[in-house]
Ligand binder design. Structure first.
Ligand code: SF4
Ligand code: SF4
Length: 367
């Protein structure tokens, strides 16, 4: 007996797939299933996070609906996967808050912080909100640097702690007992960095019409590396401030601006592409009630990039104060919701790929 209907269904379908084995060349999920004769909850959660939701097995399956076997592996794995995001978060009580309301919680948090920043500025001097000028230190007219550092340092530390504790709980839940981890970590990093299994056996993800592969892999890469570049821009800007005593905003040719601009463009196009690809996907393969959670994370990344780029181009105008407040609000909300958003799918997938690499080494799984 399993704790949820989704786990029961995943067990039923995995048992059918284990007998059928037609899809074993498509991705890592099938070779992983084939190492077992029976499954426990940890195995099914592991398969769910190993799945990249490409949809290729649904299209290939001779038992998919309307066949009476009703085999729909992408959807049931999406349901188990979403349950794992909720089940392993820290603190556990917050999992349910974001599970179905992620979009609204993120938008409300962003607007609240933006309003707080503007109220703070209005309290000090209302003229500051629409003041012009992009000289060094102009951003801190709206909010003193010490207050900004304290607010964002606190939310960043909270996010990192919650993400680390969630990841540890997940690894304890699904990780293999024993096995050599050293070389497997490198293998898992390569597989996740390349999004190797998003290829669905070579043809790519399948769209609603099953005629053309979509480009989710490209959009994922743009989003992932865009996020990393923006993070690098923040780290370099922190060095500028504390090591060299240089105050933001910086000129367009300075490394923090170049990194942030490239990252912002990557995020903008990557997240737009992911949202569009999700919109076009065949809904039968999805965990419909929890689509909002997927959109929330992409939307927050999109808004982070959009407000950041607008701030860059309009920072010498009277719109700077409002745009900075909005950008700070969106970034704060992004970090606050990071441990409970779709962001964790990258870490959980890495953990699943690590288990797969360890088992492949010790059990010689053949792909
Ligand atoms: S998804 Fe269908 S065709 Fe593929 S292994 Fe499972 S039962 Fe067989
Ligand atoms: S990665 Fe694609 S082929 Fe593999 S189980 Fe998931 S949806 Fe099916």
């Amino acid at each position: 007996m399993f704790a949820t209907k989704a786990l029961e269904e995943a067990d039923r379908i995995a048992t059918i797939c284990n007998a059928c084995r037609y899809c074993e060349g498509l991705c890592a999920v099938f070779p992983a299933i084939e190492t077992k004769r029976a499954f426990v909850e940890a195995d099914l959660t592991y398969f769910a996070n190993l799945c990249h939701a490409c949809g290729a097995c649904f299209q290939a399956c001779q038992f998919s609906p309307p066949h009476e076997f009703n085999v729909n592996l992408p959807r049931v794995l999406a349901q188990v996967r979403a349950d794992s995001y909720k089940g392993y978060v820290w603190p556990r009580a917050l999992g349910g808050v974001f599970d179905r309301n992620g979009l609204w919680v993120s938008v409300l948090a962003a607007l609240s912080v933006a309003a707080f920043v503007l109220a703070l500025a209005a309290f000090a001097d209302p003229a500051m909100i629409f003041a012009t000028g992009s000289e060094a230190g102009a951003f801190y007219r709206l909010m003193p640097h010490a207050a900004m550092a304290a607010l964002f340092g606190a939310v960043f530390l909270y996010a990192i702690t919650a993400i680390a504790l969630g990841f540890r709980a997940f690894w304890r839940g699904i990780g293999p007992r024993g096995g050599s981890r050293g070389p497997s970590i490198w293998r898992a990093m390569r597989d996740s960095g390349e999004l190797r299994y998003l290829g669905g056996g070579g043809e790519g993800c399948r769209n609603i019409d099953d005629t053309s592969p979509d480009h989710r892999r490209i959009y994922h890469h743009l989003t992932f590396y865009g996020f990393l570049l923006c993070f690098a821009a923040t780290v370099v800007a922190t060095g500028y401030h504390y090591v060299w005593g240089r105050l933001a905003p910086y000129a367009w040719y300075e490394p923090p601006v170049i990194l942030g601009t490239l990252g912002g463009i990557g995020l903008l196009f990557g997240t737009l592409g992911l949202i569009a690809a999700k919109w076009r996907r065949n809904p039968i393969m999805e965990d419909q009630p929890r689509r909002g959670m997927d959109y929330a994370f992409s939307l927050m990344l999109f808004l982070t990039a959009l407000t950041g780029l607008l701030l860059l181009f309009l920072r010498a105008t009277a719109a700077m104060g409002i745009l900075l407040a909005l950008h700070l609000g969106v970034v704060f909300a992004l970090f606050l919701t990071l441990p409970y958003s779709k962001f964790v799918h990258g870490l959980f997938r890495f953990a699943a790929l690590l288990r797969f690499a360890i088992e492949r080494q010790s059990l010689t799984i053949v792909e």
